[in-house]
Design a binder for this molecule. Sequence first.
Ligand SMILES: Cc1ncc(C[n+]2csc(CCOP(=O)(O)OP(=O)(O)O)c2C)c(N)n1
Ligand SMILES: [Mg+2]
Length: 373
Amino acid sequence: MSGSNSGRSAATVSDAPAEGAPEAGSSSDPDVFLGLSTEECVALLREMIVERRFEEKAAEVYQVGKIGGFCHLYIGQEAVSVGTISPLRDDDYVITAYRDHSQAIARGISPNAVMAELYGRVDGCSKGFGGSMHMFDKSLNFMGGHGIVGSHLPIAIGAGYAIRYRGGDQVCLCFFGDSVVNIGAFHESMNMAARWKLPVIFVLENNRYGMGTDYRRVAAVKELKDRGRGYDGLTSLDVDGMDVLAVRRAMDEAIGRAREEKTPSFIEARCFRYMGHSMADPMHGTYRTREEVEKWRSDDPILAFTRQLMDAGRLTEEEYKEIDREAKEIAEESAAFADRSPFPDAEALYRYVYSDGYPDDMRRRDAWRKELR
Ligand SMILES: Cc1ncc(C[n+]2csc(CCOP(=O)(O)OP(=O)(O)O)c2C)c(N)n1
Ligand SMILES: [Mg+2]
């Protein structure tokens, strides 16, 4: 399907207007559950609830000073992380920006390791060196956690290029926010992905704001999915990012294109962050109204999917309560684990700064420096 920009189909794409929250998918559609078993659907719900409870706990411990530095919460966007990461294979790649806790958990980094990272402890997934914005786990091909807006898109291109160079059929999933579409590296990356036919799936999480800026104030192209339409070979579409099954369907199709045709996709997932930009910011501030936040909250992706499963007879109230209880336990345990984990020792400051080959180079550089004295 090279050269096609026709990824928009009734099944994958939300027709919801940019204003306001999108409609939830209808349970009367026989294919609404995408052929997933009840067990698989409940696993998606469980994953979303674990992410939510984990981040609520992170907010709580942040307020009592356990977490230093930035802490950007993902609450409200769980349908995107779960809908996109759940169909990946273990050998696929995931790369993201700084709002990365939930994506790390969805990829399989343990909540304990994510919380310990937030606490800056040695058992954190980045050994306590990264903190909130820099979750990494090479063994899971989770390539971060990047703080500079748009900086990681070229890295996703590198992963896509490496996959093709080695003749593999993996994909690289790359998340980013709505501010990124105005960054030069975005267009360079789209162009290279399309021109070189790289198996990269770009997922734009349009939560409508970049810090305190409404995306419509700064983007000259109002429909963000249209940003991808200028590139032949890149399938561009939008999807209801509050509906885990809609996201999953769009992702399944994008994975198919990437593995079989080696073509990239650009998915705009329309969603909303309920919390402030970071924990240091107010819930709605002056850039959005309390009513807008409340409206999106009433379309909560977890509540909507819970209702959908219950209506279809796939989940009982008791089962939901049990999942929620377990998720709270996981969150509590992660904080207790992080508390028990020690801080890195001072000596560790000198580790992981350069590659293993560095000491030799260092000696050479030192000798060279001495000559200069
Ligand atoms: C190149 C660059 N410019 C500015 C910043 C400061 N900054 C940090 S987060 C952010 C907003 C990003 O918004 P968005 O991409 O929509 O992601 P979201 O926070 O909504 O997840 C900005 C401007 C930065 N980190 N990098
Ligand atoms: Mg945003």
